[in-house]
Design a protein around this ligand. Structure first.
Ligand code: NAP
Length: 296
């Protein structure tokens, strides 16, 4: 593999994604703010850097997998950031979920130094990151998309070029309206049926066999019933995504009806101490209102 990859942000998603690139034969240089999170990826064959700028100066393609818009701005545009070190002709692929308008602003600043950007947020959570089966939603030029395609093919199986810079993020935010709304419906259905005395096994068998089935039902239904709230994708990050959705909708003058309710119930879950739970922790806000726990 001739392109040298830089990877910045080795959290829940960045760790397995960078390891998949190593397994596919790419050379990977990495940096993470919390140094200890680099150990595992370095053991798998990556080289550790001292800053995002250092990663960028040694890489042809720099991937960022960070939390929110201000984090991506800081790591790309800030002191010791990617822009400072990156060479003209290199590409920055931001795979975090952030604001479409912030993305376009970053792309413009990178472009003034001859650096292309792709916004490439993902869906599929930790299982998708581990198995290299993410759905990747991409914004940026056709040429740069073609250049980066071998990398996307390692990380995901559904690779969609959605349009120019920002359209990957816009598609991802729409994806979150649908996915998190679906999770909200799953939690509501379970609390409703368990309070009525429903049998957990019968409920899951029925839901997964008919029109109500979905990724959320299949992956998170059992976890809720088992009381397994370990994070694949955290409540705090889901709340961040719905904030981004609502900000983008305000810019577009699009009224949203379901999303603000879901967002408020995620906020209630955060207040109940479930911020670092997986998104299935959303059920805790409904359980508090209904006065039951939807468990086996
Ligand atoms: P995470 O485990 O919290 O990882 C976030 C990473 O970003 C960490 O490496 C963190 O460094 C780094 N970071 C955050 N702010 C930073 C800053 N200001 N400067 C330097 N480094 C910073 O989150 P994740 O679950 O991997 O999610 C990453 C992105 O993918 C998010 O945008 C999320 O919405 C999106 N996403 C996640 C999932 C999922 O299922 N988890 C699915 C689809 C999309 P430290 O280690 O120092 O904190």
């Amino acid at each position: 593999m001739s392109e040298k990859i830089g990877f910045v942000g080795l959290g829940i998603m960045g760790n397995p994604m960078s390891q998949n690139l190593l397994k596919a034969g790419f050379s990977v240089r990495c940096w993470n703010r919390t140094e200890s999170k680099m150990t595992e990826v370095v053991s798998a064959g990556a080289e550790a850097s001292i800053s995002a700028s250092d990663v960028a100066s040694h890489s042809d393609i720099i991937i960022t997998m960070l939390s929110d818009s201000p984090d991506v701005e800081e790591v790309i545009l800030g002191k010791n950031g990617v822009l400072q070190g990156a060479n003209s002709g290199s590409v920055v692929i931001d795979m975090s979920t952030i604001s479409p308008s912030v993305t376009r602003n970053i792309a413009q600043k990178l472009s003034s130094k001859g650096i292309e950007m792709m916004d490439a947020p993902v869906s599929g959570s930790l299982p998708g990151a581990l198995s290299g089966t993410l759905s990747i939603m991409i914004g940026g030029s056709e040429n740069t998309f073609d250049r980066c395609k071998p990398i996307f093919d390692v990380l995901g199986t559904r690779i969609t070029h959605c349009g120019s810079n920002g359209m990957g993020q816009t598609t991802k935010l729409a994806n979150q309206i649908i996915g998190l709304g679906n999770l909200a419906a799953l939690c509501e259905g379970l609390v409703f049926a368990i309070k009525a005395g429903g049998n957990p096994e019968a409920l899951m068998q029925a839901f997964t066999g008919g029109a109500a089935n979905s990724w959320m039902v299949e992956n998170l239904g059992e976890k809720i019933l088992d009381g397994d709230f370990l994070p694949g994708f955290m409540v705090d990050l889901a709340q961040k995504d719905l904030r981004l959705v609502q900000e983008a909708a305000a810019e577009l003058q699009v009224p949203l009806l379901t999303t603000p309710t879901v967002s408020n119930l995620f906020r209630a879950a955060q207040q109940l101490g479930a911020g670092t739970d997986g998104i299935q922790g959303y059920v805790k806000s409904l359980e508090a209102i209904a006065g039951i726990n939807a468990r086996r």
